[in-house]
Each structure stands twice: as C-alpha cells, then as structure tokens.
Ligand binder design. Structure first.
Ligand code: FAD
Length: 462
C-alpha cells in the first residue's frame, strides 16, 4: 500500500510527484500511456505566462504568477532549458489599444512585475519584424519559454530518483474507498491501494473523479493546431508575440521555442472527441493567416511539422483543485497550467497535509535528476544528423529515469527525429538501439506503445 497514488503523468502529476518526493511518503504514479507527458503536456505552446490573462482573485491567476516566478529555479534544478525571453501582446487600432490597458491593469492587480505598455515605435525597436501596423503592445519581461514535455519528464525522473514509483500502461478504471483506504483498479484488473489519491488525469479528470463518486464538474476538449518552423527561422522574433485575447483564448502566437524553432498557433476549437488530435487544412490555414498578420515575412515554406494539442477545459472557468476525504482533484488545468505547475504542486502538497498526510522531510533527498552516462565512445557516433544527436545521448535517455521505451520517447528526450527530416534518416538506428538496450526483438519496438508497430515482419529470414 502506498501513501499517495497520483493518476496521470503529465506536467501536473510529475510536479506533484517531485514535490512529494522531498518527504518520507511512498508515492505511485499511474499513467495509461506508454510514456509520461503524452497528454496536453506533450503538445502545447511552451510559454511560461507572466500572469496577466486570468481573472484577478482566481486560482489560475494566483498559481500562474507564482509558478512563473518559480520556473527559472525549478528548470535549473531539473536541468531543463528555460529562457526568460519576455512576451508582447500586440494591438491593432484604438479598440485593441484599450484592451492592452485592461490587461496591464489586470496584470498589476495579479502581482505581475515589470509590465509596460509600449507605443508603436518602442514596440518596433524591440521587435522589428512585428507587423508595421501594430499600434501598441503590453510587454511582460517576466514571461519565458520552456520545453513542456522535458519539464514533465525531468520532474517524474527526479521523483523516481527519490523513491517514487511509476507504472506505465496502467489506466485507472475504478476507485473505491473502505476504512480510509483507496482501492484503485486498473484496466488489467490489478489493484493498487493508498491512503490518498491525486487526480491529475487531464482531459479525463472528470471521469476519474467520477470513479470516486465526485461528479461536480466536467472537462471538455478544445483543440489547438500548430505549425513548427525550422530552426533557421527561430530568430525572427526574440519575444513571444501574442494577439489581444478573445473569450476562446489567447489567439495565434508567434514565438521562438526553447529549442530554437519558431512556433505558430494555436487555433481554438471546441470538439467532442477527447482523442481527436488531427490537424486540419482549415485550422492550419487559420494559423498561417493569424501568424502572418502579427509578424511580417514569415517563411511558411520552412514548416517542418504540424500538430494538435487538446486543452482540458473545465466547467467552472477556473482550475479545479480541491480535496475531500483525502482525494485531491487537479482538473480543468488548461493554460496556464504548464506555467503554474510548480505552484500547483505546492498547493496540492498543502491540501494533502491539511487532509492528514504526514510530511516529514527526507534526509537523503537529492534535488535534480541523476543522468545515466553512456560509454564515452558512443557520444562520438552521430545518429540524428539534423539535430546532431549521438548514440550516447540515446542510450542515456533509455537508462535515465523515466527511461524511454519507444521511438517517440527517444524523440522527446533527445530531439533525435525532431529536425528537418523528422526522423527519416535516424529512426531505423534509434529502433535498433532501443532493441539492443532493452533486450527486445526489433519487431517489438513501437513508435508510441501498443498498436504503433513500425516493423511488422521480416522480408527475408536468415
Ligand atoms: C494547445 C495548448 C496550448 C497550451 N499552451 C500553454 C502555454 O503556452 N503555457 C502554459 O502554461 N500552458 C499551456 N497549455 C496548458 C498546459 O499544456 C496544461 O495545463 C498542462 O499540460 C496540463 O498538464 P496535466 O498534467 O494536467 O495534463 P496532461 O498533460 O494531459 O496529463 C494527464 C495525464 O493523465 C493520463 N490519464 C488520463 N486518464 C487516465 C487514467 N484513467 N489512468 C491513468 N492515466 C490517465 C493521460 O494519459 C495524461 O498523460 C496549453 C495547452 C494546450 C492544449
């Protein structure tokens, strides 16, 4: 029996696990997918928002501002690249200029530091490639960019290094409670027990809460389509460029990524199917149009990939983070959930402590993450030519907690396959290295877990 079971290994579950791993409590993370960070955490803008968007007094606003302040140190401790590049909300015309003033006032009320309204001249001095007809902007110097899945992978890894257990391919299908003990049933029929449960199941957090008899909210998917441009375009703007937001979200942004690409998007479309991650011609056309109206001369021929992320939109309009009978919900964690995640973890820790979880600091807690060092000579063998990734880095990703077991896992940990050729060259070598290091048959290596086989049989038997 564990003290705490965390359901869902996105950035929220990962950060909660990392926070709890500082204390003498046993923690198990249950994740339905073949790897961590495969939900919203795996496909979003990667912006560490300053905190002027959310309504003053909301949990979103409070945890966003706090999380943004914490992010630099958290990322440094976990060895994840974070860039404090600042953000701009650009306005076109008098009506939007007024909206920028509203955002400024809200930001001040939320506690965001350093906000400044720029006129057109100041804006174009700062970002010469912003559309010439932009009339003003809100500049937020505290905003940043980070790779969202790297943060989640590192947080889970750090928690595991400090004793936390992770079970992948473990979908929670039922929860009941007897004599103060939660019995969590998994799809394979096995049962795990704990005194406390933290529901970080993203889009399915309403379903998981329902298993425990808690049905006071719902979560629906809102899709966001993106285009990612080659690294040669990464310096077209230095800051994240937003448009004035609407009630559907923050609009199409143009931003450098932490890895030096340029990201355009997302769209904002309410959908029914929580698994529908298709990109659409219409959606990508909207991205291209919106981005091109913010930044001039965008080289849209340099798109190397497109993808869709699904926001988990809660029915209350705010983050739904509450506790009853030792069961904590972290639901409706849409944007700015990534930015807020370090602060959410502390909030959840305090809820658990309030519910009776005894939190004694661990004497042997090691901050950060233990990175596996492969044989020195493997670092001179380049496997991914686009991103210059060596065999040593791939082997390290397989043996560093939480170890990669499929092609996408390697891609997200090392960037092998993320470059211009999108894995066309390196994928067979990566598959061979995975098979060798995991002691598996090459035919059993998948792209992203069961049902995504790459090789189905041998053409010639030897
Ligand atoms: C298009 C888009 C853009 C965004 N941009 C930003 C941004 O720029 N900045 C920002 O701060 N935030 C942004 N966000 C929000 C941010 O991505 C989320 O708030 C954050 O990733 C939520 O993390 P999570 O761990 O709650 O959810 P997820 O990452 O979705 O993780 C939930 C996990 O639970 C697992 N799970 C579900 N059901 C079960 C079950 N029954 N059993 C076991 N496991 C289960 C899932 O497989 C998944 O791994 C954006 C989101 C989207 C979609």
């Amino acid at each position: 029996m564990y003290d705490v079971i965390i359901i869902g290994a996105g950035v929220v579950g990962g950060m909660v696990a990392r926070e709890l791993s500082r204390f003498n409590v046993s923690v198990l993370i249950l994740e339905k997918e073949n790897d961590v960070a495969r939900g919203a955490t795996g496909a979003n803008s990667g912006i560490v928002h300053a905190g002027f968007d959310a309504a003053t007094g909301s949990l979103k606003a409070h945890l966003n501002v706090l999380g943004c302040k914490m992010m630099k140190d958290v990322a440094a401790e976990l060895g994840v690249k974070y860039v404090n590049n600042g953000s701009l909300v650009i306005a076109f015309g008098p009506e939007q200029d007024e909206h920028v003033k509203v955002l400024y006032a809200r930001g001040i009320a939320n506690g965001v530091e350093g906000l400044k309204i720029l006129d057109s001249k100041e804006l174009h001095e700062l970002e010469p490639n912003v559309a010439p007809d932009a009339t003003s902007a809100l500049f937020a110097p505290s905003a940043g960019i980070i790779c969202p899945y790297s943060l989640a992978i590192a947080a889970v890894g750090s928690a595991m290094d400090n004793g936390c257990s992770l079970r992948l391919r473990s979908e929670v299908t039922g929860i009941d409670r007897n004599d103060g003990v939660y019995r969590v049933t998994l799809a394979d029929g096995s049962v795990e027990e704990s005194g406390f449960v933290v529901n970080c199941a993203g889009l399915y957090s309403d379903k998981v809460a329902g298993f425990a008899g808690k049905r006071d909210f719902t979560v629906h998917p809102r899709s966001g389509e993106y285009m990612l441009l080659d690294r040669e375009c990464g310096e077209l703007v230095s800051r994240t460029v937003f448009r004035v937001p609407t009630k559907m979200g923050k609009g199409i942004l143009v931003s450098p990524t932490a890895h030096g690409n340029l990201i355009l998007g997302p769209t904002s479309t309410d959908i029914e199917d929580k698994e529908d991650k298709r990109t659409t011609q219409g959606g990508l056309a909207l991205v291209a149009k919106g981005a091109s109206s913010s930044v001039k001369s965008l080289p849209l021929r340099s798109v190397i990939t497109s993808f869709t992320g699904l926001r988990a939109v809660g029915s209350t309009g705010d983050f739904i983070i509450n506790e009853s009978e030792g069961f904590v919900n972290c639901a409706g964690i849409e944007s700015p959930g990534l930015s807020a995640s370090p602060a959410i973890a502390i909030y959840v820790r305090n809820l658990l402590a309030g519910a009776g979880l005894v939190l004694e600091p661990k004497a042997d807690y090691v901050p950060g993450r233990r990175v596996y060092k492969a044989d020195e000579k493997l670092y001179s063998h380049i496997v991914c030519r686009c991103e210059t990734i060596s065999e040593g880095e791939i082997v390290s990703a397989i043996h560093t907690n939480p170890g990669a077991t499929d092609i996408d896992g390697i891609k997200k940990r090392t960037r092998s396959g993320m470059g211009r050729c999108q894995g066309g060259f390196c994928q067979p070598f990566v598959a061979e290295i995975l098979a060798r290091e995991l002691g598996k048959n090459l035919l059993d290596i998948t792209k992203s877990g069961p049902g995504s086989s790459i090789l189905v049989g041998k053409v010639k038997e030897v």
